[in-house]
Write a protein that binds this ligand. Structure first.
Ligand SMILES: *Cc1c(COP(=O)(O)O)cnc(C)c1O
Length: 358
């Protein structure tokens, strides 16, 4: 008798969303980003959902090897590159592309002598100040890579902080684009710049490769809803009501008694808690569907359960169907209510949650 909490992954939605990504950048090749276990959706399902992508990109070397074991033969890109000189053997054996973002990584390649071929993605720090070479030293790094016999292909890469909010005064998108253009001026190699937000919102930014992540899973990278972009949710998290309480004015719900009823209420306990990936910081009123009716959470989310207001859900009782997010309730709305983003919710789906495919 399994718990009623189930995440359904819709492979056809992954395929559909990949086509949307492609439609926004018809001339570009696509790295489908599958880091963090394909944003919680599972690598095996990602392989099927993104079979038409030109490559898969991720962070975790061990998962890159797993993709090879699962039969993915097209390119695989390590977005943060290698973490140690010893990783070079792995990238050669598994034929992985990898980012190069610091001089230490270049030194590791120089020591690797003549072996190869290596396809590297030289990352520019165009203003985000996490990884990469600043614009003024980018060309030096490029030339140094070019003198390494093992290096075959160099792709020119950067990452945007605010493609979903291009006028952000902290770092306007245009400023990053200009930094990038300056740093790569005259270099003949392919460019790889666009995440989901740039792919969906900035067709003017020409890139040989786009790197969509979140949109492929049917969530939005910014304020515009996923539905407005024509995206379909790939993950739907559903559970059931497993307990019912009738309470009177003045009675409280859950740990810390954060919610106190103002009048008589019907309360349902949902089999889903923070140990499943539901955000513990979700406030009262975070949206939930019960039997298709939109209602909200009440009281603190506990490890295995949280409570919902059923007062206005006709006929609700033990066994009523609950949707936490996905089909009928965009993950971005739940995330927004909980002060986070859809990315975090889907990535946090816990290992104990049963996953089924549609
Ligand atoms: C995660 C990531 C992406 C994808 O970003 P989304 O906002 O999910 O589309 C693209 N490029 C790099 C380098 C990343 O780390």
């Amino acid at each position: 008798m399994p718990r009623p909490l189930v995440a359904t992954i819709d492979i056809s939605a992954l395929q559909h969303n990949l086509r949307i990504a492609k439609s926004h950048a018809p001339d570009a090749k696509i790295w489908a980003v599958v880091k963090a276990n394909a944003y919680g959706h599972g690598l095996e399902r990602a392989i099927r959902g993104f079979a038409e992508a030109d490559g898969l990109a991720l962070i975790e070397p061990e998962n890159a090897l797993r993709l090879r074991e699962l039969g993915w033969q097209k390119p695989i890109l390590l977005l943060e590159g290698i973490f140690d000189a010893a990783d070079l053997e792995t990238v050669m054996l598994a034929k992985l592309d990898f980012a190069v973002h610091c001089t230490e990584q270049i030194a590791w390649l120089e020591r690797a002598a003549q072996s190869g071929p290596l396809d590297v993605h030289l990352k520019m720090n165009s203003g985000m100040n996490r990884l990469g070479f600043k614009s003024d030293v980018y060309r030096t790094a490029y030339q140094r890579l070019r003198t390494i016999p093992a290096v075959r292909k160099i792709t020119l890469m950067t990452h945007f902080a605010n493609a979903d909010d291009p006028l952000n005064p902290g770092l306007p998108l245009l400023q990053q684009v200009q930094q990038f253009e300056q740093g790569v001026a005259g270099l003949p190699d392919e460019r790889s710049i666009a995440n989901s937000a740039a792919d969906l919102m900035h067709p003017e930014l020409k890139s040989d490769w786009v790197r969509p992540g979140i949109m492929l899973y049917g969530a939005s990278p910014g304020a515009t809803s996923a539905e407005q972009f024509g995206l379909r949710p790939a993950m739907t998290l559903r559970s059931k009501i497993i307990g019912i309480q009738r309470i009177e004015a003045g009675e409280a719900i859950g740990y810390g008694s954060r919610f106190v009823a103002a009048g008589p209420m019907l309360i349902g306990a949902v089999a889903c808690g923070y140990a499943d990936g539901y955000p513990r910081h979700a406030p009262n009123g975070t949206p939930v569907l019960v039997d298709g009716v939109r209602t909200g959470t009440v009281g603190r989310v506990s490890m295995d359960m949280f409570s919902v207001d059923l007062t206005n859900v006709p006929g609700a009782g033990i066994g009523s169907a609950v949707t936490l997010w996905g089909e009928g309730l965009p993950i971005d709305e739940v995330a927004h209510a909980a002060g986070t983003i859809g990315y975090e919710l889907m990535c946090a789906l816990a290992a104990r949650v049963k996953v089924v495919e549609l």
